[in-house]
Design a protein around this ligand. Structure first.
Ligand code: NAD
Ligand code: UD1
Length: 313
């Protein structure tokens, strides 16, 4: 089986690539390393073909796509909501235009992967009060990131229904775990918390900490991605979370317990466009037959153990 993973040197991408390579897939990665790191793929470097390249270079992408993949996992994106608010045009090119160009090339070149999987986001739901969020709940994309994810997701499904491609889109809730890059102010919150715990640095909490998220461990995400892409169903959107709503401050407390350390907190104003409450309805994914194995507490404990092993190396 041949798989292409765009954004495959990033946090979720590298966890996926390692899993696919270890399952015997022939994996190709395109990543410009704007957030990804080659060291994330160190353990599988002999098994994976790696292109350090921008997915917005359409001619290059067409040549890669001509290799005729069985599975395409489209993860390349500027993954930060806050960054998209700062740089709406640049992030639009990656988060939307590159996706449509890929779909269009598959159409005109008559390429038919077994599955084209696009990674959308819970950010599309915005701040409407209905909880939990179902795949057919009202959307309210409040940021350029959310607008682009929603538009790309719709295009993904439309290319399925209109042109017969096997496509699927997943709306991840908040993912955490090994290899999430903490070194940008826009990095995922638990990677920043981890870095602060390790280095005894102060963590800036934006807002009052009562904002809620449905955090999910990356190993469950990877299993869900493979499960969904290998399933018979196409042209569908799936929420991927645990269906558990936790206040950020409570997750920090759970993580303090798992790590045996105290986090130094500094409170600041909430970020512009920040979502107040987030919770997935995961009925559709459950009905497809998927069951997560880790869960929040076990995931936090394993993430901390992994961090300590890295730290002590
Ligand atoms: P990440 O930043 O670690 O991964 C994205 C990867 O894409 C990075 O390796 C980056 O270098 C690469 N990339 C960015 N722009 C590129 C370009 N122009 N050309 C080639 N590569 C490029 O983030 P992640 O958390 O692993 O996110 C993976 C996907 O999942 C993204 O599409 C993100 O929007 C989506 N997502 C993530 C979360 C989460 O909680 N982490 C939640 C919902 C959706
Ligand atoms: C995250 C993902 C986004 C995804 C969305 C789906 C990242 C970087 N963002 O966005 O790709 O689509 O989930 O739900 O992975 N916070 C702090 N201090 C910090 C950093 C963050 O208090 O130093 C707060 C934020 O203000 C926010 C919460 O933590 O309230 C989560 O922030 P963040 O990890 O950036 O995630 P989302 O914005 O939810």
């Amino acid at each position: 089986m041949k798989a292409l993973v765009t954004g495959g040197a990033g946090f979720i991408g590298s966890n996926l690539v390692i899993s696919l390579a270890n399952k015997g897939y022939d994996v190709t990665v395109v990543d410009d390393l704007s957030m990804g790191l080659t060291k994330n793929l160190e353990s599988v470097k002999d098994k994976v073909k790696f292109y350090k390249h921008d997915v917005c270079d359409h001619q290059f992408m067409h040549r890669v796509l001509d290799q005729d993949f069985d599975y395409i996992y489209y993860l390349a994106a500027v993954a930060s909501v806050a960054d998209s608010v700062e740089r709406p045009m640049e992030t639009h090119k990656v988060n939307h235009e590159s996706v449509v160009d890929t779909l269009e090339y598959l159409r005109i070149a008559n390429l038919h992967p077994k599955k084209f999987l696009f990674t959308s986001s819970a950010a599309v739901y915005g701040n409407y009060p209905e909880l939990p969020k179902k795949e057919d709940s009202r959307v309210q994309p409040l940021t350029p990131y959310a607008v682009d994810k929603y538009a790309s997701e719709r295009m993904t499904i439309d290319y399925g229904t209109l042109y017969g491609l096997n496509t699927v889109a997943v709306r991840f809730f908040n993912v955490f775990g090994p290899r999430q890059n903490p070194n940008s102010p826009y990095s995922g919150v638990l990677s920043i918390v981890t870095k602060c715990l390790v280095n005894d640095e102060e963590f800036t909490l934006f807002g009052d900490g009562k904002q809620t998220r449905d955090f999910i461990y990356v190993k469950d995400i990877v299993n869900a991605l493979i499960f969904i892409s290998e399933s018979e169903k196409s042209n569908e959107v799936y929420n991927v979370g645990y269906g558990q709503q936790n206040a950020l401050i409570d997750v920090i407390k759970m993580y303090e317990k798992a790590s045996g350390k105290r986090l130094k907190l500094n409170y600041a104003d909430a970020r512009q466009g920040d979502i107040a409450e987030s919770l997935a309805d995961v009925t559709r994914l459950t009905q497809l037959g998927f069951k997560p194995k880790w869960g929040l507490e076990k995931g936090l404990a394993e993430y901390w153990d992994y961090t300590m092993e890295e730290y002590n190396e």
